[in-house]
Design a protein around this ligand. Structure first.
Ligand code: ATP
Length: 583
């Protein structure tokens, strides 16, 4: 298959912001692909060669890509610098220079998908002292045969800038439209939620139809999208919602880990499907030791503890995210895992079992040790019992409690946030709400001391219905000097020329970013806003919801991607919760 057909689809997607139109472009294209090619096209459309959780990155530095582009287009280094300063996107530069290329090699051949995959794989695997030269060679070899549009996407893929605006939800819509019906969409989404592999789901669907997708199972090695909790402002309300009786567990403040345990190996994944095994090798080994089953997938929270075993705040466990000096970090920052769920036990899919059965299974197949423990849990059927348990949790330095439904419907809902789990935190007692995890979509230059630097950020939530990012606040408080100075390093790779089409905004920042970085923010109140676009026209015509007095907490949520940041619907339900509170 020709790569030009794929680049053409990317190009058409990039100029539309309508999710319906994207779906129809993609489904029309997907229908005619063979299952194997479809799988690869799906990965490429997300800027990858594999699913996210493989952790393999093409990761070519911008400079290296620019050198390849300069080489094949014959422009000088100084001209390249000029273009780089103006454009800041190697894809755009490559496209521009190839449009103006005087002559194309006589030996040039149309690029095929096969050749693109081969060379990208070589780039990914290049190792050793001359790895940079090799990467340049493989990329130049592709660019030689590229049209300007093909070059734009190749350069974006290798530098990790591939954002055509079709997120995983749009891809699932398109797959359902191409190979099934609207009614099949939930089954296709479930397959994605239990495998985290959109390419695999697409291949199975194109090969065996929806029936084959329904048979896909939870497996060790494929991370499962995590189940998430709703929030309510008081313990009596939680009990009401849970029909008067529920389980309560301590809510630990650490890093959520999903452990995939097989006979002789253990892999730990973050909730963003990053491989965390090398950050917690001691926990991985101990889980294998204490697990009596051959295979299991469990979830728990990794928390840093002091020498007496007392819980330490979240920041302490992040020391384990270092790349070097792990042996010392293990000694200096002891960690425990508190297990709270089991999703697979000896090849049996536990996600379809109610909570109580899962908990019994978890307790049945693990022995506890100092490092591997279960979350503290109690069954609660009266508000006073709940309040007492909450105080106990705070006394042990936990964030609050997690209430869990004991009903027969309380299965593990991969990838969904619902009232089967309800969180209640200390913050809810003091301020109006929970903290907000928001994604950065723009920045404003500062004044005075902050002149010439980013002084404030435009922050957005994810709107699951439209697949867009909608603004909720301009954030200029809570930053210290060091954080502000580091902002260009953190954000400039995601600079966008103009407003990215997946961002809905009326406010105009000085620069725009592709939604990528997620920051934790607290606020005094959620209010109706004439300028912000979150939940627009829902509570009131021509008004959205915005945050009053937002402040950065200092926590960068690098465990969350933009699609995992807070959703517009969550902000809306928090607004409603706040309104009830005031009544
Ligand atoms: P938060 O920022 O409040 O942790 P979140 O958006 O990351 O919220 P939620 O579903 O809202 O996720 O809250 C559940 C999170 O709490 C889990 O992702 C997990 O990391 C953590 N957690 C701590 N203790 C427990 C527990 N006993 N059961 C489930 N999750 C727990």
């Amino acid at each position: 298959m020709l790569y030009s057909e794929i680049a053409d689809v990317f190009d058409r997607l990039e100029v539309t912001s309508s999710r319906l139109e994207m779906t129809s472009i993609l489904s029309g294209f997907f229908k005619d692909l063979d299952p194997g090619s479809l799988r690869n096209v799906v990965y490429l459309s997300q800027g990858m060669l594999h699913p996210d959780f493989y952790g393999a990155e093409l990761g070519m530095a911008d400079k290296l890509v620019l050198r390849s582009v300069a080489f094949i287009s014959g422009v000088s280094e100084s001209r390249m610098d000029e273009l780089w300063k103006k454009e800041g996107d190697p894809g755009k530069i490559a496209e521009y220079l190839l449009q103006n290329r005087k002559q194309v090699s006589l030996f040039s051949e149309p690029l095929t998908l096969g050749k693109v995959l081969r060379n990208l794989t070589l780039i990914e695997n290049a190792e050793g002292r001359d790895s940079q030269d090799k990467k340049m060679k493989y990329l130049s070899n592709l660019l030689m045969d590229s049209s300007p549009v093909e070059a734009r996407y190749l350069c974006r893929i290798v530098t990790g800038r591939m954002r055509i605006g079709a997120g995983s939800m749009t891809m699932l819509d398109a797959l359902a439209e191409a190979f099934g019906t609207k009614e099949d969409r939930p089954d296709i989404e479930r397959a994605f939620n239990i495998t985290c592999d959109l390419g695999l789901v697409a291949e199975v669907l194109a090969g065996g139809g929806v029936e084959a997708v329904r048979k896909m199972k939870v497996t060790v090695g494929n991370p499962i999208k995590v189940m998430l909790a709703e929030r309510l402002p008081s313990i009596p309300l939680i009990l009401d919602r849970m029909d008067g009786r529920c389980a309560m567990e301590f809510k630990y403040d650490g890093i959520r880990v999903q452990a995939h345990i097989s006979k002789d190996s253990v892999k730990l994944y973050s909730r963003r499907m990053e491989d965390l095994t090398s950050n917690f090798p001691d926990i991985a080994a101990e889980l294998r030791k204490q697990c009596k089953a051959g295979t299991a997938i469990i979830e728990g929270e990794c928390v840093a503890v002091d020498p007496e075993g007392g819980m330490l705040p979240f920041q302490n466990v992040t020391h384990r995210r270092k790349k070097h000096g792990m042996d010392k970090a293990i000694e200096d920052y002891p960690v425990r895992i508190f297990m709270f769920d089991i999703l697979l036990a000896d090849d049996e899919d536990m996600t379809v079992r109610p909570f109580e059965e899962r908990r019994a299974k978890l307790e049945g197949i693990f022995d506890v040790s100092e490092k591997v423990q279960f979350t503290t849990m109690a069954t609660v059927s009266a508000p006073e019992e709940g309040e007492a348990f909450f105080s106990l949790a705070l006394g042990k330095k936990c964030e609050g409690i997690m209430a869990k439904s004991l009903s027969q419907e309380s299965i593990y809902r991969a990838g969904s946030r619902g009232f089967l789990w309800i969180k209640y935190k200390k913050d809810y007692e003091e301020a109006l709400t929970d903290s907000f995890d928001l994604t950065v979509v723009g920045a404003f230059y500062g004044r005075g001391k902050r002149a010439g630097k980013y002084g404030a950020l435009l922050m957005a939530v994810f709107d699951e219905d439209s697949g867009h990012y909608c603004t909720v606040c301009k954030l200029g408080t809570g930053f210290d000097d060091a954080f502000l100075a580091g902002l260009p390093d953190m954000l400039d790779k995601y600079l966008s020329e103009g407003r990215p089409h997946m961002v809905d905004a009326e406010m105009m920042p000085d620069v725009w970013f592709l939604p990528t970085v997620v920051l934790e923010v607290v606020a005094a109140e959620i209010s109706l806003s004439p300028i912000h676009t979150a939940a627009r026209n829902i509570v009131k015509e021509d008004a959205g919801l915005g945050l009053r007095f937002p402040r950065f907490t200092g926590r960068v949520r690098d465990d969350k991607g933009p699609e995992e940041c807070m959703t517009a619907n969550e902000v809306l339900s928090m607004y409603e919760m706040q309104a009830q509170d005031k009544e």
